[in-house]
Design a protein around this ligand. Structure first.
Ligand code: C2E
Ligand code: CA
Ligand code: CA
Ligand code: CA
Length: 279
């Protein structure tokens, strides 16, 4: 038994080392990833539940790592949050998304908006407004086409400053959206105090539809609140036709999820958008 205990311990220790090593490796290569142009944005369609039309897209970052292949944000965003690189990465995301949005606008693809995720650190960095202004100016994307997705917890990390910042963004005409709505603890407070345009129903609630009664109650309540407050509402993580039908019948305007399209590189999204244009 003693023998076994020790080898288990050694195995655990080795696994820890491997993890620490991977962490170190990633952190080092993350520092150069921006300069080396290794990030890319994939775009997931947001679809009108009534017409089936693609009305917008959400930009989601990917890292094309030279050795490890295509990495999802879960692999490196937390790391970038820790070491502060997220601020530079986030600026790149804003610039790139605005540039792409403008290109699609010029190509006549009729998108209403392009949504970008903001991290807490980026939100607190003090130069978010300058970054947004520069991205809009350089790209000449109309501010009303840029949607910023912010979580409740980001707002709650500094509620007073958030109020000012959101107000300044609103003055520029940027669209403001609460991501993962309902997973924070302050949902209703934030709705009342902040100038918002849109709510995203978290995938966790959509998963249980159409049968789970709690998820039905939560989803319908969010939709009702959004209606009363004249906010747009987007359901995330829609994977089945039954979920989509439920949401449409419940009055949810927009849906996003694997059923309607996975996040894809810009050229794939573009061909989807072009196909829908008549002629
Ligand atoms: P999020 O903002 O909640 O984005 C939605 C995530 O759900 C995306 O994962 C998307 O690919 C995934 N998803 C979409 N539809 C479905 C579905 O039907 N089923 C399931 N199971 N998943 C679905 P992704 O791209 O891996 O991004 C994960 C998170 O990383 C995002 O969550 C967001 O918080 C963060 N993130 C992504 N891009 C950026 C970025 O540019 N900046 C920052 N700060 N965070 C980002
Ligand atoms: Ca999001
Ligand atoms: Ca979300
Ligand atoms: Ca989520």
């Amino acid at each position: 038994a003693k023998e076994r205990g020790r080898s288990t311990y050694q195995f655990f220790d080795k696994a820890m080392n491997a993890q620490a090593f991977e962490h170190l490796l990633l952190e080092n290569s993350l520092r150069h990833a921006l300069d080396r142009g290794e990030f890319e944005l994939h775009y997931q369609p947001q679809v009108a539940t009534q017409s089936g039309e693609i009305v917008g897209v959400e930009a989601l970052i990917r890292w094309r790592h030279p050795e490890l292949g295509l990495l999802s944000p879960a692999k490196f965003i937390p790391l970038a949050e820790q070491n502060g690189l997220i601020v530079a990465i986030g600026s790149w995301v804003l610039e790139e998304a605005c540039r792409q949005g403008r290109a699609w606008l010029d190509a006549g693809l009729g998108l209403q908006h392009i949504a970008v995720n903001l991290s807490a650190r980026q939100f607190a960095s003090g130069d978010l407004l300058d970054t947004v202004d520069a991205a809009l100016l350089d790209s000449q994307l109309p501010a009303a086409m840029l949607e910023l997705e912010i979580t409740e917890s980001t707002i709650m990390q500094n509620p007073q400053e958030a109020a000012v910042l959101l107000q300044r963004l609103r003055e520029r005409g940027v669209v403001l959206s609460i991501d993962d709505f309902g997973t924070g603890h302050s949902s209703l407070v934030s709705l009342k105090q902040y100038p918002l345009d849109s709510l995203k129903i978290d995938r966790g609630f959509v998963q249980g539809l159409p049968n789970d009664e709690d998820d039905q109650a939560i989803t319908e309540t969010i939709i009702a609140i959004a209606r009363k407050m004249r906010l747009k509402v987007v359901a995330e993580g829609v994977e089945t036709p039954e979920q989509l039908a439920y949401l449409r019948d419940a009055g949810c305007e927009l849906a996003q999820g694997y059923l309607l399209g996975r996040p894809q590189p810009a050229y794939v999204l573009q061909s989807l958008l072009q196909r829908r244009e008549p002629g």
